[in-house]
Design a protein around this ligand. Structure first.
Ligand code: BES
Ligand code: MN
Length: 454
């Protein structure tokens, strides 16, 4: 393996130059004005893969194109899928960037640019590891397919259909995804659980138009007040969700899980300071890491009613609306949870307003048994690449397609994140640590050795 590792070291600065070019594409999936940038980015990626000797294709979809690049299949070899996404979050607000989001810049050992960490740099590390095998004439011990999509940040709708259609050729032993985090540069992690999600909107309709609050106020239930009263009943005084049956399928945290989470470095003061809040809030009886990684939540993402413009306007609004997402833990079913929540809102909604409930997207949580032989192989690869004992993580975020890999392809996913907590994913000044980038490439080298043998 020394030749492969030496190759990586020798070519580090070119890898970074290539990543600069890749991050330079404004591949913003949410914004239609970037349609051509999406296409160009996908073509560029496929062309790059061809240059490495991979067989690569760009598949058009109803949404953004999907790039598939593969090594030749050989009988008797294990086959792994490496999933990533070339689409990025919108860069706005632009004025908060120190350098333009799509003019990637090297600064203090990091590459700054939208998508550098989430997710271009992370799958670039895997691709460069494979390049090192191919260019040094070192035999890859397994067959690999890179599946890089363009709609992760908007819900992976096309990919779900694509998986069903190409189920035969995408059949594999496991999926490898680097799109989560590691607690610190020298603390590698295997994420063995992700939270699921269930989205909905609730709208309370009051009077048939905005009313003069002087003429009618006092005799009509203000829908903004009614919505606040309703939402205020969702949590009890101890921060627990008071919706009957909400926790019905939630398994208690086991002692080993709790001690695993306690081993993560954590300072409440530093955490509070990083977030700029005067005090933390959460479900009593759980630590902040347990609350955000391993417990379900009910989060209001948006709350709208009445007049928000300049000056004052004396009205009783005609309606009030909340956008909510709930994070789910293993065994909770998004549809079932949504039904409990709708029933709760209907039961508690006063007769003075009309309730409209719109269910939205959702996916169940994901969980992998860390004693699974492939998870153990991944841990060995992390140990070899980082020269440190890896930790097991549960993460609070969601990657909807991971559940589909299991449903449609019947395979588990190994989540080997390369994003640091302060990489600014989804925020201005997103960056990717170049030391972690190099470690990620080494991880890509050892992973195939370890996985081939399980
Ligand atoms: N890469 C994140 C997911 C993530 C980040 C998982 C950190 C674990 C740790 C991904 O790009 C993301 O933001 N996903 C969305 C999915 C949603 C829109 C369905 C999320 O979690 O909000
Ligand atoms: Mn991502």
């Amino acid at each position: 393996m020394q030749a492969v590792l030496d190759y990586l070291q020798r070519h580090q600065s070119r890898f970074i130059r290539e990543l600069v070019e890749y991050v330079g594409f404004a591949s913003v999936s949410a914004q239609s004005r970037h349609r051509e940038d999406m296409q160009a980015c996908a073509e560029w990626l496929a062309q790059h893969c061809r240059g490495l000797g991979l067989e690569a294709r760009v598949y058009p979809t109803e949404g953004h194109p999907i790039v598939v690049a593969r090594t030749r299949r050989r009988r008797g070899r294990r086959h792994f899928l490496v999933y990533g996404h070339y689409d990025v979050q919108p860069p706005e607000p632009l004025e908060l960037w120190q350098t333009p989001p799509f003019s990637p810049t090297l600064r203090n050992g990091t590459l700054v640019g939208r998508g550098a960490s989430d997710n271009k740099g992370q799958h670039w590390a895997h691709l460069k590891a494979v390049e090192a095998y191919l260019r040094t004439g070192t035999e890859l011990p397994c067959d690999l397919t890179f599946l890089i999509e363009g709609e992760e940040e908007v819900g992976s709708r096309s990919l779900s259909r694509f998986l069903r259609k190409h189920r035969q050729t995408l059949r594999c032993d496991a999926v490898v995804v680097s799109d989560t985090g590691l607690p610190a540069r020298d603390l590698p992690a295997l994420t063995y659980a992700l939270r699921g999600i269930a989205a909905f909107e609730v709208i309370l309709h009051g009077p048939n138009r905005d009313l003069h609050s002087g003429i009618f106020g006092g005799s009509v239930h203000n829908p903004a007040l009614a919505l606040c009263q309703l939402l205020a009943r969702v949590h009890d005084a101890r921060g627990r969700i008071a919706i009957p049956r909400f926790y019905e399928d939630v398994l208690p945290l086991t002692r080993p899980e709790r001690s695993q989470l306690r081993r993560l470095p954590f300072s409440e003061k530093a955490y509070r300071k990083m977030l700029g809040v005067p005090a933390l809030f959460g479900e009593a009886g759980y630590t902040p890491n347990e609350q955000r990684m391993a417990r379900p939540t009910f989060e209001i993402n948006g709350l709208t009613s009445g007049y928000q413009g300049e000056g004052s306007k004396t009205i009783i609004p005609a309606w009030a609306r909340a956008k909510v997402t709930m994070r789910l833990v293993p065994h909770q079913e998004p549809q079932r949870v949504l039904r409990c929540v709708e029933a709760f809102f209907r039961r508690n909604c006063p007769r003075t307003v009309r309730l409209e409930f719109q269910p939205g997207h959702g996916c169940p949580a994901y969980r992998l048994d860390p004693t699974h032989p492939d998870a153990q192989a991944a841990l060995r690869a992390l140990r070899r690449a980082f020269q440190r004992e890896p930790v097991l993580l549960r993460e609070g975020g969601s990657i909807p397609i991971v559940h589909e890999f299991k449903e449609i392809l019947g395979t588990e996913t190994l989540l080997l994140g390369l994003a640091l907590p302060d990489d600014n994913a989804h925020s201005p000044n997103e960056k990717f640590d170049l030391e972690v980038f190099a470690r990620g490439q080494q991880l890509g080298v050892w992973l195939w050795q370890e996985l081939a043998g399980t």
